[in-house]
Design a protein around this ligand. Structure first.
Ligand code: HEC
Ligand code: HEC
Length: 243
């Protein structure tokens, strides 16, 4: 939805803004950069970071009307942050990356989207969910996973492949948050029902918390899904002996 409104907005912009006067307050781009060059870059900023124009520019009316945006003003503090980001990206492309040993040809350019992938804060899925788990617990992290998956699904903004989330669960387990790790593995199993790895890991964690029935079920599933029997069978035998 956000993407559609961005598109609509930017279609209007080209006509609306190009009718206005020449840029007044350029500090990073050359002062005489024509609007015809500036506006496509601004559209890239919007798509790259997910901010609409008024995300970085001062909305003098405060009601989200495009006509009220004062593009030359620096009153929105995010604009100065964005200036820093433009300089940083330029430094990477012009000074840092050219020093890469045996650089590829043609050379790859970094853009806003390389890091931001359409997000204000360029967090990876695992980073984002780990923060949520620390702040609000694993159930909140699981809800956030579902929300992000619904909203950004195929956009490439987040990696919903099996391993990004397995690594998150493993991190929680290492921190001693076994119950949280189980919540995350169970969530991941829902979206990756074919994964023997997830079931094997669940087996271990259920054993750790003493839920031996759940451990047995997870190991049996792992075996069914093709986990190596030499690793899993002894666990199953032992649990059956115990049970
Ligand atoms: C991520 C932040 C960001 C977004 C989003 C953004 N801009 Fe900008 N814009 C800037 C920055 C930073 C400058 C100042 C560049 C400089 O100092 O050289 C600027 C400058 C401008 C200027 C020149 C203003 C002047 O008179 O000096 C115009 C016009 C403009 N932007 C239009 C837009 C439009 C239209 C959109 C929406 C499609 C947009 N911008 C989205 C950051 C942004
Ligand atoms: C090398 C990676 C990288 C690139 C390239 C990059 N950014 Fe960023 N950007 C970040 C990081 C990391 C943050 C978050 C900083 C923090 O708060 O810790 C950020 C934050 C921002 C913010 C503040 C977001 C907020 O929540 O207010 C804006 C605006 C922004 N970037 C704009 C841009 C624009 C525009 C470009 C392209 C010209 C760009 N960035 C390129 C890494 C990058």
């Amino acid at each position: 939805m956000q993407r559609v409104s961005l598109l609509l907005a930017s279609a209007l912009i080209v006509t609306a803004v190009s009718a206005q006067r020449a840029p007044q307050n350029l500090q990073v781009f050359p002062k005489d950069t024509p609007r015809s060059e500036l506006i496509p870059m601004m559209r890239d900023f919007s798509f790259g970071t997910g901010f609409r124009c008024e995300g970085c520019h001062y909305d003098a009316g405060g009601e989200g009307n495009f006509r009220d945006i004062d593009f030359a003003s620096d009153a929105n503090p995010r604009k100065e942050k964005a200036r820093f980001m433009i300089r940083m990206t330029r430094n990477l492309n012009e000074f840092i990356l050219p020093m890469t040993p045996n650089r590829g040809d043609p050379p790859v350019q970094i853009t806003c989207k390389t890091c931001h992938r359409g997000q204000a804060k360029p967090l990876l899925l695992g980073q984002d969910l780990l923060m949520t788990a620390h702040e609000a617990g694993a159930d909140s992290a699981a809800s956030r996973y579902r929300f992000l998956r619904d909203r950004y699904g195929m956009s490439g903004a987040y990696d919903f492949g099996e391993w990004e989330t397995n690594e998150l669960a493993a991190e929680l387990a290492e921190e001693g948050r076994t119950a949280d790790a189980i919540v995350i593995y169970e969530l991941n199993a829902e979206f990756h029902p074919e994964s023997a790895t997830i079931q094997g890991s669940l087996g271990q964690l259920y054993e750790e918390i003493g839920d031996l029935d759940a451990a047995l079920r997870a190991y049996e599933k792992a075996l069914e899904l093709g986990a190596p029997a030499r690793l899993i069978q002894p666990r199953i035998d032992e649990l059956k002996g115990e049970g």
